[in-house]
Design a protein around this ligand. Structure first.
Ligand code: SF4
Ligand code: SF4
Length: 432
């Protein structure tokens, strides 16, 4: 069995895994909120079924524990069930504990990537640059059959889905900025903007400068979410400790702003990694209290509407709306940025099927969820859809190309940066 957290931070206080899973009274109230239940109609692919399976696993009452694998590995970790649940049962964390109970050891690829990012960052960066160069030259497509033969179909699919291949990464650009002695904000570069979408991070920094004054790049490492979801709790803790230390060395004041909602939600959950640790829990709490996602930064700001927009809509990243309760601020910001071009998206808070590596591990189920999402976007007539998570950017770009090619996806920061830049030209001031 992989290392477990053992105790979870629930809305009813800290609970042992078993007690957290037992908080689910199997009422079924969340069934229709669960995308994998709606897509499959299968009880074991609902929150109720998954919580029950983890309970049985802990009780040792599953004659074949591996029979729980499909249920646990098909969970999107979207948190829609928790948002719908009156008891706020933390199904996502319970499912992850269940996965670790089934694993002899952490997934080797997640472990390798985490180790490279944590201890050999220079090497990781050069491997990624070489991979991106081979993608630009069309060579990575040739390697896909080899990856499939080598038992790595997920990697082949990831290469197919990800269309971005930057050769200069965000941290390399941001390190050129002069740092200020008393920053009004710190920018945390999640791995998505850092290594896939530098333009997103650059847009976020521009927005922060326009709305919040001068700030600094934290020059952080990975948040640890990859290790937490697919690898190892110990590695997740290691990465969390390093980021907390960086924050403290940078002055220990917020906001610490990130622009991938999954990573930001995970940064906010750092205290759960250190339950029972008298030294690191308070430090994690101080850090988490300073973390903010882009929709929070845009909330309550004077924002000009972007000019020249086609019809635009908004898809809620699960970890923004369910994980951080940021649906209202995001939609409010979008109404102001989109002006008369904004259209509300039906089922905007239903997962797009991206969910980190889910799309590469469960391609059939992911595509079914994605097709429904693309259909909803098409129903608004939008030609542009904004969102706030890296996984959503990858998944929607891929799904729109396939099911609704008239439409493109952008990050909320990109839209805000565009509106603010136009406003500055017109003499319309953005700010509080
Ligand atoms: S997770 Fe909550 S809403 Fe869903 S079945 Fe369990 S108690 Fe009911
Ligand atoms: S986290 Fe999402 S996919 Fe998993 S049980 Fe909850 S609603 Fe369903």
């Amino acid at each position: 069995m992989s290392e477990l957290l053992g105790r979870l931070a629930t809305d009813l206080g800290e609970r042992e895994d078993y007690d957290a899973a037992s908080q689910c009274c199997r009422c079924g109230y969340c069934e229709q909120a669960c995308p994998t239940y709606v897509a499959s109609g299968c009880e074991s692919r609902s929150a109720r079924g998954r919580n029950q399976l983890v309970r049985l696993l802990i009780e040792g009452r599953l004659s074949d524990p591996s029979s729980a694998a499909d249920a646990l590995h098909t969970c999107l970790l979207c948190g829609a069930c928790t948002a719908a649940c009156y008891a706020r049962v933390p199904t996502l964390d319970i499912v992850l504990e269940g996965r670790r109970m089934l694993q002899d050891k952490p997934h080797w690829l997640a472990r390798l990537l985490t180790r490279l990012m944590a201890d050999h960052r220079g090497l990781f960066v050069e491997i990624l640059r070489a991979a991106n160069l081979s993608k630009r030259l069309g060579l990575s497509a040739l390697a896909r059959p080899i990856l499939r033969l080598a038992g790595l179909p997920g990697l082949a699919l990831a290469d197919e889905h990800v269309s971005e291949a930057p050769l200069v990464f965000l941290f390399e650009k941001l390190r050129r900025r002069a740092s200020v002695p008393r920053p009004d904000w710190l920018y945390f570069a999640p791995c998505g903007p850092n290594f896939l979408y530098p333009r997103v991070g650059e847009a976020t920094v521009k927005v922060l400068e326009a709305l919040r004054g001068e700030g600094n790049f934290l020059d952080n490492g990975c948040c640890g979410l990859l290790a937490y979801n697919y690898g190892d709790v110990a590695d997740a803790r290691l990465l969390a400790r390093r980021n907390i230390e960086r924050f403290e060395a940078a002055g220990g004041r917020g906001p610490v702003v990130g622009d991938c909602s999954s990573c930001v939600a995970f940064l906010k959950s750092y205290p759960q990694l250190f339950l029972g640790d008298p030294v690191w829990k308070p430090r994690a709490e101080r850090f988490a209290a300073c973390v903010a996602d882009v929709p929070e930064i845009l909330a309550a700001q004077e924002l000009p509407a972007a000019r020249g927009l086609p019809a635009v809509t908004y898809h809620d990243s699960c970890r923004a709306c369910h994980g951080q309760g940021l649906k209202a601020p995001a939609h409010d910001a979008m109404r102001r940025l989109g002006g008369g071009s904004f259209r509300e998206l039906p089922e905007s808070d239903v997962c797009c099927g991206g969910a980190g590596a889910f799309a590469f591990r469960n391609p059939g189920l992911s595509d079914e969820i994605l097709r429904r999402k693309a259909g909803r976007i098409a129903s608004t007539g939008a030609r542009l859809v904004a969102t706030s998570g890296t996984s959503c950017l990858i998944q929607l770009a891929q799904g729109l190309k396939k099911y609704y090619p008239e439409c493109e996806v952008v990050h909320l920061s990109e839209l805000a940066a565009r509106a603010i830049a136009q406003g500055a030209k017109d003499g319309t001031q953005a700010g509080a």
